[in-house]
Design a protein around this ligand. Structure first.
Ligand SMILES: NC(=O)c1ccc[n+]([C@@H]2O[C@H](COP(=O)([O-])OP(=O)(O)OC[C@H]3O[C@@H](n4cnc5c(N)ncnc54)[C@H](O)[C@@H]3O)[C@@H](O)[C@H]2O)c1
Length: 426
């Protein structure tokens, strides 16, 4: 283990998709403790199992990362990194409760004059770290920011299931409240990534950079979703249009689809919340959100128009993206609910999703892992590798004669199915 001579001790608060890979990477260089309030999660990690599939068993087993459920385990840390969730509530407003609860907990372990650096990695809007979290730490601890403790922000860019852009390879944007803090954080993050660090001009700039990265993707996908709807009326395939337009050197490559997950579909709401607080109505950002949030119902209506009433529908995939088990904020459920509302019978299959979580999160039952039966419609909703690799005869066998194969991901565009199979590709 290459423990750094500067002896920084690190605590990572929140061991989810972001926190665990970061903590494991940090533990290769620094004494690191990972803290999570979810006792089940910590017990599983101690036993060498990561249910998010981001860190494999041998890597987890070989890691010197310590685990704790009590924030007190971070009392000796020089740097405390907060990686807890930042979802939206029912009204699509930022739900800062996990961030505030972690902030309140860590305020209780800071010591006068110690100079602990508290770094937020959770995605927030500009101002949360310095104008909300910092003052809350001061209020609860009675300590002074800038002498007793310092603030930093470093957005996380990893992408669940992406084995190329991992935490130890991507450029890390780092911000600190003064040059010394920034230097220290660049040393810490610089030790874990070969992608280097980027010194953001300020904490608010770093917060803003993250939130616009995802808002930009959301808006671009919304544009493609809108043209998909237009070209559907024209009777031409958006995929054919994109293939043609994509030959231009500066055409941006985005594809139509459902925008789920807890980043792209959520972060723009953080930005629009801030904008509206400041008296600016964000037209482009919210228009994009509106189109993308309505895409599930639009897809269901397209399928409904092509099938008779009371169809039996098989939906392949429920997770929010391909090859991950993460069910949170999956927009496939919008397709399912709309089809059920239109009185079709829907069966959902997803071998990567956890059945109990699907029941808890959406109140749906998953079919068993084995694929069988005969349906009026098969919807390819998530391009898990096993689905994308399904041959024509396998797909046809799942469909009744003249059944509809609805390909929401364009994953079967090159699969030549028999004439008895009708096709619709988003
Ligand atoms: N998942 C991603 O791909 C991704 C990518 C970039 C940024 N982000 C951002 O990173 C942050 C974390 O996301 P995530 O996907 O890792 O979330 P997650 O839900 O996978 O993990 C969060 C973990 O924090 C724990 N937690 C919640 N409150 C806590 C508290 N008070 N103290 C200690 N632990 C607590 C939870 O038990 C959970 O294990 C979010 O702000 C998210 O927007 C996520």
């Amino acid at each position: 283990m290459d423990k750094r001579v500067d002896g920084s001790r690190i605590a990572v608060v929140g061991l989810g998709y972001v926190g665990l890979p970061l903590a494991v990477a940090l533990a290769r260089h620094f004494p690191t403790v990972g803290i999570d309030i979810d006792q089940g999660r910590v017990a599983e990690l101690r036993a060498g199992h990561d249910r998010t599939n981001e860190i494999d068993g041998p890597t987890l087993g070989a890691s010197s990362l310590d685990y704790a459920t009590d924030i007190a385990a971070g009392a000796d840390a020089d740097v405390i990194i907060v990686t807890v969730p930042t979802p939206v509530d029912q009204a699509n407003d930022p739900d800062l409760r996990p961030v505030m609860s972690a902030t309140r907990a860590l305020a209780g372990i800071l010591k006068p004059g110690r100079g602990t650096i508290v770094v937020y990695e959770s995605t927030v809007y500009p101002g949360v770290t310095e104008d909300i979290c910092g003052p809350e730490i001061e209020r609860l601890s009675g300590l002074k920011r800038g002498t007793d403790f310092f603030l930093g922000y470093s957005p996380e860019r990893i992408n669940p299931g992406d084995r190329e852009h991992t935490v130890d390879r991507i450029t890390k944007v780092v911000a600190g409240e003064n040059p010394q803090v920034l230097d220290r954080l660049c040393e810490v993050y610089g030790a874990v990534t070969t992608g280097g660090t980027f010194r953001a001009a300020s904490i608010k700039v770093a917060e803003a950079a993250k939130v616009i990265e995802n808002a930009q993707r959301d808006i671009n996908i919304a544009f493609i979703n809108e043209i998909t709807q237009i070209f559907g009326k024209v009777g031409i395939s958006v995929w054919d249009v994109l293939a043609a337009a994509g030959t231009k050197w500066n055409f941006l490559r985005f594809v139509p689809g459902l925008v789920g997950g807890h980043c792209i579909g959520v972060d723009p709401y953080y930005l629009s919340h801030l904008a509206q607080q400041l008296g600016h109505y964000p037209r482009v950002i919210l228009a994009g959100r509106g189109i993308n949030d309505g895409m599930g119902a639009w897809i269901a209506d397209q399928i409904h128009e092509r099938i008779g009433s009371g169809a039996r529908v098989l939906v392949l995939g429920l997770t929010f993206k391909e090859n991950v088990p993460d069910l949170r904020n999956s927009r496939v459920i919008d397709v399912v609910r709309r089809l059920e509302w239109l009185r079709h019978e829907v069966v959902i299959h997803d071998p990567l999703a956890d059945a109990a979580e699907a029941r808890h999160e959406y109140g749906v039952e998953l079919a068993g892992d084995a694929l069988s039966g005969s349906y009026d419609v098969v919807i390819g909703a998530v391009s898990h590798s096993d689905y994308a690799a399904m041959p024509a005869d396998r797909l046809a066998a799942l469909l009744k004669h003249n059944g509809l194969l609805a390909d929401l991901k364009g994953m079967w565009r090159d699969v030549a199915t028999p004439e008895s199979v009708r096709r619709w590709t988003l």
